[in-house]
Design a protein around this ligand. Structure first.
Ligand code: OOG
Ligand code: NI
Length: 459
């Protein structure tokens, strides 16, 4: 036995610290957490079958802990270092998201735990974007931005030192881990003082608000922290009632009996006071970046299911554009619901048609079988009621939804067109490693549950 604290434990502590810090920085986030936990309690009381499902999949205890955050980095060096820091907490880069086609000059990955047990212990994830400086069209401004970023150091020396110690000795002791999480937290803190003058800020902002958000500050302040709800429509209504105006449209699939992937909504970014550092004075100004978001998660889709999702989403977007209701909640939802009528809405159909990933369990009272069975026998074992399925929850993000969230907080006037092609390779080069393929991870989780299930039944 080593005397190291497990990465899961470190991540779980870090997630709690981050949540406390953000609650102090953005008190509205605290109100949102209260609302979400009220709604979740009500849903669990009203829907005992959902409670049972979450118990079986191991998600029930994690529900109150579940958060994702987002940061935006400026350089390859920052991204490579944050990868090493997150690895100490058992978080690895999963998936590649290119936001340029949606007019946001970044590309991203999500750092998270990758196996089912670790995810259930602490599902904390960070959507991490890297600014694509090459998309700034003004050469002078691009150089200024690069110079500013090259000079900054967003990590404390102690955070780096402890990361190196962890890499060398294979873990951190309890004392080291405690120090580590506190040091790493500093990187994500909000600073009232900008790193640039008001003039530079304005030039960056005129290019894109997001560019100002990354370049004009001392570090990648956490820009939102998102709790998971079991009923996003109820939270959306509750937000309105509490005077926290949400964005008009819920991103992702429409309301369904069997939720798929991810639905998200956010409240608008806050205008916050900042000081710009001019040559001779500090100048009071404002910056808008941080916001609130909530999400509802559903079953992870297979490549076939995802293709159907993308197809129906495109149809729905196309049609609502034609009818001029893209930003009109009632009209949009109607079209959206209709488009998704073609997406089967029972777990049985989703399983039979190979659209989603599932855990397979031998029924509680199932006895050993007389003859050995293989995965070929699954359909018949399901019909006979010897085994049962539960959905594997989607742990990742959606590029179109993420773009919607970014945009609702950047202002519509700021939409740009970038014709630059997606560049996963350069992202991975900056990161210093390949990103995990999220679909392969779900397939693995499903496969090992099938193996365990068959083992339990086979003579
Ligand atoms: C990230 C926006 C994307 C999500 O949940 O899809 C995101 C950002 O604004 O930095 O967080
Ligand atoms: Ni988010």
């Amino acid at each position: 036995m080593s005397n190291f604290l497990s990465p899961n434990e470190i991540r779980s502590r870090f997630s709690a610290l981050m949540s406390d810090m953000y609650q102090k920085e953005v008190p509205l986030y605290g109100d949102l957490i209260d609302l979400v936990s009220e709604v979740n309690q009500a849903v669990l009381t009203k829907q005992p079958e959902l409670k049972q499902q979450l118990e079986l999949t191991g998600e029930l205890p994690r529900l109150d802990l579940e958060r994702h955050g987002a940061i935006r980095l400026g350089t390859a060096q920052e991204l490579a270092t944050i990868r090493r820091i997150f690895a100490v907490m058992g978080m690895f880069p999963v998936g590649y998201y290119d936001l340029a086609p949606a007019g946001v000059p970044v590309h991203s990955t999500a750092f998270r735990a990758i196996d089912a047990e670790s995810l259930n212990q602490s599902p904390f994830r960070i959507f991490t974007s890297l600014l694509r400086l090459e998309l700034i069209d003004d050469v002078n401004l691009r150089n200024t931005a690069a110079e500013i970023l090259a000079k900054r150091n967003i990590f404390t020396p102690k955070a780096i030192e402890l990361t190196e110690i962890c890499e060398q000795q294979g873990g951190l002791t309890k004392e080291q881990a405690e120090q580590f999480v506190n040091e790493v937290l500093e990187t994500f803190r909000w600073h009232k003082e900008a790193a640039v003058s008001s003039e530079v800020y304005k030039a960056l902002h005129d290019q894109h608000r997001l560019i100002a958000d990354v370049v004009a500050f001392k570090g990648p302040h956490i820009n939102h922290l998102t709790p998971r709800t079991l009923d996003i429509d109820a939270v959306q209504a509750g937000m309105l009632k509490r005077g926290i105006p949400p964005k008009e449209i819920i991103e992702g699939p429409p309301t369904r009996k069997c939720p798929i992937l991810l639905r998200q909504t956010s409240f608008k970014a806050l205008e916050e006071q900042v000081f710009f550092i001019n040559e001779t004075d500090k100048e009071l100004g404002s910056h808008t970046a941080r916001f609130g978001e909530i999400e509802q998660r559903g079953v992870a889709l297979t490549p076939k299911g995802r293709a159907l999702y993308d197809q129906l989403l495109n149809q729905s977007r196309q049609l609502s554009k034609e009818k001029g209701v893209s930003q009109e909640p009632v009209g949009y939802m109607e079209i959206h619901q209709q488009a998704f009528a073609d997406f089967p809405d029972s777990y049985q159909e989703l399983q039979e048609q190979g659209l989603a990933y599932f855990y397979y369990f031998a029924k509680k009272d199932a006895k050993k079988l007389d003859k050995p069975v293989t995965s070929q026998d699954i359909p018949s074992l399901l019909t006979q009621g010897i085994i049962e399925i539960e959905p594997i929850v989607y742990e990742d993000f959606l590029p179109v939804s993420a773009a919607g969230i970014f945009q609702s907080n950047l202002g519509d006037a700021q939409q740009k067109m970038y014709d630059e092609v997606s560049n996963k390779q350069s992202f991975e080069q900056a990161l210093g490693t390949a990103v995990y393929d999220e679909l392969a991870l779900y397939a693995e989780i499903q496969q090992s549950s099938i193996e365990a299930c068959l083992k339990a039944l086979n003579p």
